[in-house]
Design a protein around this ligand. Structure first.
Ligand SMILES: Cc1ncc(COP(=O)(O)O)c(C=O)c1O
Length: 445
């Protein structure tokens, strides 16, 4: 394929570099999006890209879905913008009622609304110790819960390691079958070792159980590389939490709303959450977050947390339309089907390409881990950057976290889109493996 002309894109990229701080960028190639539709993007030079990133999971029904778009436009014409903090609007009320119905749990629930995943997890990090009357929280090494100081404090991700708030938060090892903290072992054994350490070390000597309010968890740890915990982990953790009177709080910001093939990721483990953070797909592409949980968690006497435009009527209206489409078109089933197909094809590709160490995930939340050596599992992080860039050059958009390539396309992707993307991915992979890549292209990324 001839090199694509991206001269206009590079001019916008130059202005972007001069005007917008690097502090909010995680860029792997100079993609400038001019327009988008369905599962595709176009740059200002007219080049088309198939989108395996889907705005990090925040565009669940694809770009410009007519029903979501119409609902948003009607809300702009009708309500425009209101501070839910000071008065009432029906889209927020209707969405809260819908979420209460959708979320499993036969207990009284209420909803809190914000603008982004970070503020939802921030709210939970603030409210949970006060609601429980216990000061401490357990969360996981590798967790990504957001970029505010509170959501960053419950995270255990390298990107958030520098600010150091939250001495009341203890980080536990997350069961990672490919890289167990205790060394190579059977996945179920990995779970048992992590649980044993949590119960007998952390909840005994570091964060005593009777001082611990909650455990915060992602049902699949995504920004650390789509780590799917073994099936025995969460049921046993749920039991442990129940025994010790500790709440189990899920961050379903990336895994929620059908992405993994079930409505919420924790449903794969037949358990319930006491509360959960929701965002990304929730707004159907518009900024919106929510916390849904036991009323005694989300409604604490004398504690007030609200943002001026949180629960925006345009976002709530788009969200209601998105949930209608999700349910009517059974997009969770499509995620399970196309995601299962992609995983199978990527595993076949693994047999042809030594750079692929592992393929994992559920539904349309997939990770491809690159290794320099399959035996030592040495991470091939530089190759992940090369691969993301080469895919971009060939017309496929995806992101790499460390040495793991992440796949989170819109849930509307078809098998035929999947085949097209797989062909580009394999060609890019072959180029990287053969050293057909000029590393100078990565300068500045
Ligand atoms: C699991 C998870 N939680 C929280 C967040 C933060 O969400 P936001 O970027 O909308 O603030 C993210 C974002 O990547 C995420 O993946």
């Amino acid at each position: 394929m001839e090199a694509r002309d991206i001269r206009r894109s590079l001019e916008v990229a130059r202005r972007d570099g001069a005007a917008i701080t690097r502090s909010q960028k995680y860029r792997l190639y100079p993609l400038v999006v001019d327009r988008a539709g369905g599962v595709r993007l176009w740059d200002p030079d007219g080049n088309e890209y198939l989108d395996w990133m889907g705005c990090g999971g925040a565009v669940p029904v694809g770009y410009g879905h007519p029903e979501v778009r119409d609902a948003a436009v009607a809300a702009i014409d009708k309500e425009y913008a209101h501070p839910l903090v000071c008065y009432i609007h029906e889209p927020a009320v209707e969405l809260a009622e819908r979420l209460i119905e959708l979320v499993p749990g036969d207990f009284v629930k209420k909803v809190w609304f914000g603008n982004s995943g970070s503020d939802a997890m921030d709210f939970l990090a603030k409210v949970v110790p006060l609601a429980a009357g216990r000061p401490r929280i357990i969360s996981f090494i590798g967790a990504f819960h957001g970029m505010t100081i509170g959501s960053g404090a419950v995270s255990g991700h390298g990107a958030l390691a520098r600010p150091i708030p939250g001495g009341h938060i203890t980080k536990a090892p997350y069961p990672n079958p490919y890289r167990c903290a205790w060394g190579p072992c059977d996945p179920e054994e990995c779970s048992l070792r992590c649980l044993d350490y949590l119960r007998n070390e952390l909840l005994t000597n570091v964060s005593p159980a009777d001082e611990t309010a909650a455990v915060f968890a992602e049902s699949i740890q995504s920004d650390s590389g789509e780590i799917v915990p073994p099936g025995n982990y969460f049921p046993a953790l749920r039991e442990l939490c129940d025994e010790l009177g500790i709440w189990l709080i899920f961050d379903e910001i990336k895994t929620g709303f059908g992405r993994t093939g079930r409505m919420f990721g924790f449903e794969h483990f037949d358990i319930q959450a006491d509360a959960m953070g929701l965002a990304k797909p929730l707004g159907g592409g518009f900024p919106l977050s929510a916390v849904v949980g036991r009323v005694e968690i989300v409604e604490v006497e004398d504690l007030y947390t609200a943002y001026t435009l949180g629960g925006h009527p345009v976002s709530c209206s788009a969200s209601l339309a998105f949930i209608d489409v999700l349910e009517r078109d059974d997009l969770a089933a499509n995620a399970a089907d196309v995601g299962g197909y992609l995983k199978e094809q990527l595993r076949e590709m693994q047999a042809r390409h030594p750079l692929i160490g592992d393929v994992r995930g559920k539904g349309l939340l997939l990770g491809v881990e690159l290794v320099a050596d399959r035996r030592t599992r040495e991470p091939a992080t530089r190759d992940a950057l090369r691969l993301a860039y080469r895919c971009f050059e060939l017309g496929l958009i995806m992101v790499a976290f460390g040495n793991v390539m992440e796949i989170t396309p819109p849930l509307t992707i078809t098998r035929s889109d999947a085949d097209e993307a797989l062909a580009i991915f394999e060609r890019a992979l072959a180029d990287v493996e053969a050293g057909r890549f000029d590393d100078a292209k990565l300068d500045g990324f």
